[in-house]
Design a protein around this ligand. Sequence first.
Ligand SMILES: [Zn+2]
Length: 173
Amino acid sequence: MTLTTHAVIGAAMASTMPTHPVIGFTLAFASHFLLDAIPHWDYPLNSYKADNENHLNDDMPINKGFFIDLSKIGVDMLCGILLVLIFFGFKDGTISATNITWVPFIGLVGGVLPDALQFVYWKWRHQPLIALQKFHLCIHAKSDFNGKPLIGVPFQMVVILVGVVVAKMIINL
Ligand SMILES: [Zn+2]
């Protein structure tokens, strides 16, 4: 899924257990794979090179397209950070710089980390990244909504909304 969705769901998980950031981080990291297992849409990446014989050979070479991709990924990441800040970033909902809580951002990092590690794998194919990449590929949904953003984008908005609402309910218990 998009980094925005992974970021918000990761932050939502960590926010439900502010006194246990390590567990929150771990659950956020795990949530990445569960979300990827749901058939979903991902925006196309210009530099992405898939090997349909063996996806362990996929790569993202650093070429002209890569820099376009970096801006897409940057915007995606920025959306995630902004939504996390808006939904979970302030301790009692009061918007002020001194009121920012770091726990949701630990969840955000946990939520997006598997995709960052995937990029590291493409550039440095060693253990334990090989094992992690195998798991990432094997759990990733085989059918997807790629090329269908009109279904895929609203779907991820619903996932984000459900995650935020459920987390808020747990936080306010
Ligand atoms: Zn992923």
